[in-house]
Design a protein around this ligand. Structure first.
Ligand SMILES: O=P(O)(O)OC[C@H]1O[C@H](O[C@H]2O[C@H](CO)[C@@H](O)[C@H](O)[C@H]2O)[C@H](O)[C@@H](O)[C@@H]1O
Length: 300
């Protein structure tokens, strides 16, 4: 295992019994270097949950250009032939299916609000519906107001609206934040905003997130039961964003005093870019290429 430089704090381990609740990105072991991950998976089956942007594709200037490469597609398909694989994205699931070119996987789109399994169809849950009119109204409001701010991009989604400001002049970005605050204030208690990479995600204020979606999927897909070879399942979640922390936490909390295998959270980030980033992940991968190598290793 790679041990970060000694600064007086205990080094981070991927072993669940010694893992603190959170750490910082620069203190995480590297997922390709640590034998502890292979150890945790020995005699067990992985179930892999994959965020899309920043994990399966690099972050690019325009959302519509984040197309998964043929190579990554091949790796994901090979992995899906060996174990359960689901994509869990902030994007709409139809968009994930289109950009990834993979339509035979379980996809939890719209931050887990909209889940679909090619075998079971739409997977219902407590946050599946009831917010449609609110989201439609807010999308229109944001679209109209954002047209006055140069460089904004509005991405309407199934259960949210994303207001991108990557191409807004830095001194104009406070106007975007003020617009988001205004919209939230117009719907007291009904909306929440989740931060992302140069994007404000306005969603219904419902206690639902990627962590809850992953936990729900583990139940629906019956992953807490041994597989046909009698192996227990270790869920693994790979993500790069703040919204992925809900999933890291959900997996870290599993197995605490119950019969289930605790999961592994893998943060995809170059720790040099965000050394102080607090995380509940258990290991790190620095790039999308490293994600490919890690998944390729799991698929063999
Ligand atoms: O949960 P994810 O699959 O990671 O999706 C998060 C958001 O990703 C997209 O926006 C981000 O990636 C774009 C392409 O690299 C980039 O141009 C943008 O600046 C990023 O914020 C997507 O457009 C959003 O809807 C997702 O919620």
């Amino acid at each position: 295992m790679t041990v970060p430089p000694d600064d007086g704090r205990a080094p981070r381990s991927v072993s669940p019994d010694r893992a603190p609740a959170t750490t910082t990105a620069d203190r995480l072991p590297h997922a390709l270097d640590t034998p502890e991950i292979a150890e945790r998976l020995r005699g067990r089956r992985p179930a892999v949950f994959l965020d899309y942007d920043g994990v399966l594709t690099p972050i690019v200037p325009r959302p519509e250009d984040a197309i998964m490469t043929e190579e990554m597609r091949g790796i994901v398909r090979a992995l899906a032939a060996r174990c359960p694989v689901c994509i869990v994205s902030g994007r709409d699931r139809a968009v994930v299916a289109e950009l990834s070119g993979v339509d035979d996987l379980v996809i939890a789109g719209s931050h887990g609000f909209d889940i679909h399994d090619p075998q079971r169809g739409v997977i219902e849950h407590e946050a599946s519906r009831g917010w449609e009119d609110l989201v439609a109204e807010v999308t229109e409001r944001v679209r109209t107001a954002a047209s006055a701010i140069e460089g904004t991009q509005v991405e309407p989604k199934h259960a949210s609206v994303a207001l991108h400001d990557r191409h807004v002049a830095p001194d104009e970005r406070p106007r975007v934040a003020a617009l988001v605050d205004e919209v939230l204030a117009e719907h007291p208690g009904q909306l929440k905003v989740t931060p992302g990479k140069f994007v404000h995600e306005i969603q219904p204020k419902i206690d639902w997130n990627k962590g809850k979606a992953v936990t729900h999927l583990i139940g629906v897909l019956d992953l807490d039961r041994p597989d046909p070879d009698g192996r227990p399942t270790v869920p693994i979640y790979l993500g790069d964003d703040v919204t992925d922390e809900d999933a890291f936490r959900a997996l870290a909390e599993r197995g605490d005093g119950d019969h289930r295998e605790p999961g592994l959270g893998i943060l995809v980030i170059d720790p040099a870019d965000a050394p102080g980033r607090e995380t509940s992940a258990t290991a790190v991968l620095a790039t999308v290429d490293e994600v490919g190598r890690f998944l390729d290793g799991l698929a063999r």
